[in-house]
Ligand binder design. Sequence first.
Ligand SMILES: [Fe+2]
Ligand SMILES: [Fe+2]
Length: 336
Amino acid sequence: MRSRWLVWGAALVFVALSCSGCDDQGEGTGEGTGEGFPTSEGFGEGRWINGSNGTCVNCADHCSCVVAGRPYIVHGESLVAEPTPAESAGAAVMPGASEWGCMRDANADDADVLKSLIMEALTRADQSADPWPELTGTLALQARLPQLLTAAHEALIDIPAEERSKWHSAGLVEHASVASFAKLGLELLVAGAPPSLVQLAIGAQEEELLHAQISLSLGGAGNGTCSSLQFPEHTLEIHRDLASLRSAAIREGLQGEGKSALELLGRSLDALGKKGNNEALPFGAQALSELLWAMGKDEARHAQLAAEVINWVDGKTKQQSLQVKVRNGEVHVFEI
Ligand SMILES: [Fe+2]
Ligand SMILES: [Fe+2]
């Protein structure tokens, strides 16, 4: 089988390694655009499998072992995907599509779970309007994070030690969620999920990183001390298991992230008080509300991602999908 590389637009620079699997011990750099196999001189023919020491097959004429980025190496072997027949047959050659699935439809309005969670939080707080309608999530706050955290810390200055400790514990759980979405990203890749789902998992991982920083900051003493966290060592096996992917999406995604979203959105509304808006409130309370609303929206979007994973699995397995209802502060899932 011959690998086929499609590069749209951008010029890529490839760094050549010495190659143990073929005659050509190519070294140096090359660049190019177009279709074909990347070599130190551009693109040619042949199939390339990269290992830590480089391996080439079917490339006697045009071999040059090159690294187009960081390889994924397990037990000394580099893993790369093989296109499945269905995906090969469907390889579109038009802008907006690729050999790997289809690009996400930007107009797709499939955020039912996200909307339901926000509506439920507002209803439970006897509010009707989103207090931070322009706020998409924590990534949008990143530039203002130091300022917001300082202000929010002042708003929490008198909370009991027990409550501060809960923020610290929440921060450790958020830190673990970074690993959880890294694992989900791997599981989606192994399951053959489309890039739109992988992209959402990558984005969620970045958001969880900010959730950890925010929660740990709110649970800290606020004296600017820095510490490091070491996640436990462990081994990981990733299997192509759609049933497990689906059940984890229900349990950890829809229900777990959904509940977390409702709690954070509710606490954000609590910080605003009965007025339900952010006018004429101390900046500390506003900052706290904004941070919690951003985290809550992220969590609601993560629950939505779980719904999209389930939809994809159900479409692939020709299974009837789920019905999701958000009520009484819980996410209820019904098989239909
Ligand atoms: Fe989170
Ligand atoms: Fe989350």
